[in-house]
Write a protein that binds this ligand. Structure first.
Ligand code: TYD
Ligand code: MG
Length: 457
């Protein structure tokens, strides 16, 4: 028998090296090379040889038969929405997220609510811990089987025997296979385990949900290749000190990735937030400066969300920029625009920014509300609470158009706002003669400034 070979593998990107190196030349991360043992299972001898016998015939695309896939209804509308209407049989879904965000809670809730038989495999918690959680979720079902096991070779026979309609693996990083000798959580283990499970899912048409940890950069721990192997990648995000959680599609072979699911973490589990509308408005005091409302869109749904900012003189040397739910780089860019295009000197000020509910909204239309919140706090002049904003801000200080503007205006009108500020470019495609809401079109941030902060005499 050939001696087992050891290689060093980057735990971030999966590249290999025969000896240890401090910085990965491929992905640039430091101290990520770990020694792993690789077996001699892949025989090099015939790998490059071309066979003369055709094993699998190529077929014309017009001749391929499809049977309309019947998606499995998870009985959780927000989860169905992100997947594009339910789970496709035989698909493998990876859910990533920070520790404590609620990945196990969400998966268990789905396992308990779905009418099909489910197998929940946990490598992290004991059966009694899972039972305690199920009690909190106040669900009683006999359809959910719990298995505490980490070896893939032992898990697959259970799937074969019980024939569940859905398998949940919590988590992929705790699994190990006997095929490779490295420890659980390493690149080779994750890749091998995922490969075995995915093959089983495809061959037997049983869907699998894999729960994945994320690393300090917010990516799913382990090699990127894991994300390539699965059909769907979902990210569960939010601030664990707040109650709202967003489930976002990052990759979906069976649907769009533009939809998000919104949940609220309560005492007895995650509540689906079907109508986000007014949810993220905190109804602040009229005289508070630094607070604005953005008419945002996530996926296909519009909702209004509150932005809070605090600008104060930097107490200690280097000014701080701190954000919750908004990209700090984007804030820095907006502050630079304010300095250069509107003459505000913010380089000696601390700037803090919060998006209500701690959820991250990936909508460029948030820019204008953020910028106005900073201005309002800096000037200490409150913005009228019945005014909202939707606009992207460009580097020259221009207000740029946003998608679904009609939908945003209608939602703002429905919630009782009487003014909305949007880009001048919408002039042609929006009806500004609305009954109950005044649509103000602006080209530049100077104009917004004049509308809001310069008193008319
Ligand atoms: P968990 O699902 O264990 O997170 P993950 O698997 O992503 O690490 O969620 C843990 C948090 O959720 C925990 O801090 C408590 C909270 N929680 C509730 O608020 N209500 C509940 O009903 C449950 C089950 C958990
Ligand atoms: Mg967990």
């Amino acid at each position: 028998m050939a001696a087992a070979k050891t290689v060093y593998i980057c735990q971030e990107c999966g590249s290999t090296s025969p000896k240890w190196i401090g910085k990965c030349p491929y992905c640039g991360s430091w101290n990520t090379y770990h020694e792993e043992i690789i077996g001699d299972s892949k025989k090099a001898s015939n790998s490059g040889a071309i066979r003369n016998v055709i094993q699998n015939r190529a077929v014309k695309i017009s001749e391929i038969q499809t049977n309309d896939v019947d998606r499995i209804d998870t009985h959780n509308n927000e989860f169905n929405r992100v997947l594009g209407g339910g789970i496709v049989p035989g698909s493998v879904i990876l859910i990533g997220g920070e520790p404590g965000i609620g990945k196990s809670t969400l998966s268990l809730q789905i396992a308990l609510n779905i009418p099909q038989k489910t197998l929940y495999v946990s490598g992290e918690e004991s059966a009694s811990q899972i039972k305690l959680r199920a009690n909190r979720l106040k669900s009683s079902t006999d359809n959910c089987l719990i298995l505490c096991e980490v070896t893939v070779e032992n898990i697959i026979p259970h799937i074969k025997e019980n024939k569940p309609g859905l398998v949940i693996i919590d988590s992929i990083q705790t699994l190990r296979t006997e095929n490779v000798e490295s420890s659980p959580g390493t690149v080779t283990q994750i890749r091998e385990c995922a490969d075995l499970l995915i093959r089983h899912a495809k061959e037997n048409n049983v869907p699998i949900i894999l729960i994945g940890h994320i690393n300090k950069d917010g990516n799913i721990a382990g090699p990127k290749i894991l994300e390539h192997m699965v059909d769907t990648v979902l990210q569960f995000e939010g601030d664990s000190s707040h109650v709202y959680r967003v489930l976002r599609g990052i990759k979906n072979r069976f649907g769009t990735t533009s939809e998000v699911g919104i949940f609220e973490m309560l005492q007895n589990g995650l509540r689906e937030v079907a109508n986000p509308g007014e949810l993220l408005l905190l109804h602040h005091d009229k005289d508070t400066s630094g607070v604005t409302i953005s008419a945002a869109v996530e996926g296909l749904r519009p909702f209004l969300i509150e932005v809070q900012s605090l600008v104060s003189t930097a107490a200690y040397g280097v000014p701080q920029r701190s954000t919750t739910g908004f990209d700090t780089k984007r804030l820095n860019m907006l502050l630079a625009v304010l300095e250069r295009r509107a003459g505000f000197k913010l380089n000696t000020k601390d700037v803090f920014l919060n998006i209500a509910g701690g959820i991250k909204v990936n909508d460029p239309a948030m820019d204008l509300a953020v910028l106005v919140a900073v201005l309002s706090s800096d000037l200490d002049i409150p913005v009228d609470t019945r005014t909202c904003f939707a606009g992207e801000v460009g580097l020259t200080g221009e207000i740029r158009p946003v998608n679904r503007v009609e939908q945003r205006i209608t939602e703002a009108e429905k919630l009782g706002f009487n003014r909305i500020i949007v880009s001048q470019s919408h002039e042609k495609n929006v009806n500004i003669m609305k009954n109950n809401i005044q649509v103000i079109l602006c080209n530049k941030i100077e104009e917004v400034f004049r509308v809001l902060f310069v008193k008319k005499r």
